[in-house]
Design a protein around this ligand. Structure first.
Ligand SMILES: Nc1ncnc2c1ncn2[C@@H]1O[C@H](COP(=O)(O)OP(=O)(O)OP(=O)(O)O)[C@@H](O)[C@H]1O
Length: 228
């Protein structure tokens, strides 16, 4: 289990994450739902170790978490210039993993002999995802993995995420698109005002979605009546 206890984190005042607790079961797909600025990326960067939390504990299988147990797909893609897609994946591939670049690329069909600079936004996202897989780590953190992907690539990614869950990868996903989370996740945690307000089981997703929609409709109904 990936366990986060009493996590506090701030860039400056006030705290962005405050006494945050989260438990992610091993081999599960766990969604993080939150509005823009809720702190999803900050949470992921604290877990990965990009940022040092002000306080708190993060453990994996009961021991302090090490960043080498995590592959992190960030929202932005960071590639060296003058590197081909294939060279990038060779760099990402950890020694001892059975990740086959050719086999995996038969799904996405990226032009791996071309410079990454010539890739489209969606192609870069797919390459970065393959790079994360190539690291062969037990925990996969995906920050907005569907951003910039076309319908076909999104479907492929969705299928791969499901299959990785079945193969015992522990996957954390943040997305703004509720359907993306409800389709792919075993559980969804709602991050608001710096902490996890509630964790929903899959059986609760329809009710959670209906309640969220009703609340949003109510919130904007008066404004729309006035404007339209
Ligand atoms: N480098 C930074 N310096 C100062 N404040 C930051 C920095 N990065 C993020 N913040 C602030 O921290 C809060 C959480 O931001 P974060 O990017 O973690 O949210 P998010 O849930 O990932 O948002 P989004 O859905 O828009 O990507 C926001 O109020 C944001 O303005």
């Amino acid at each position: 289990m990936l366990e986060i206890k009493d996590l506090n984190f701030s860039y400056a005042e006030p705290l962005v994450l405050s006494q945050l607790d989260l438990r992610v079961q091993s081999g599960s797909i766990h969604g993080i739902l939150g509005t823009n600025g809720a702190g999803k990326t900050s949470l992921f960067k604290c877990i990965y170790g990009t940022f040092q939390p002000d306080s708190g504990h993060i453990t994996w299988q009961g021991l302090p978490l090490n960043y080498q147990q995590i592959a992190f797909l960030e929202t932005g893609n960071y590639f060296y210039s003058y590197i081909t897609g294939g060279e990038y994946l060779q760099l990402c591939r950890s020694a001892g993993t059975d990740f086959s670049i050719a086999d995996w690329n038969s799904i996405f069909k990226l032009p791996l002999d071309q410079l990454v600079d010539t890739y489209s936004t969606g192609m870069k996202k797919q390459l970065a995802f393959l790079g994360a897989l190539a690291q062969g780590r037990p925990i996969l953190i995906l920050d907005e993995p569907f951003n910039g992907l076309d319908l076909e690539s999104s479907e492929k990614l969705s299928i791969i995420i499901q299959e990785l869950g079945k193969k015992n990868k522990t996957i954390l996903i943040a997305s703004h698109i509720l359907e993306t989370l409800t389709r792919n996740c075993d559980r969804i945690s709602h991050l608001s005002e710096g902490s996890i307000r509630h964790t929903y089981e899959a059986a609760e997703f329809p009710e959670m979605t209906a309640r969220l929609r009703a609340r949003l409709q109510q919130d904007i109904a008066a404004d729309l009546d006035r404007i339209l």
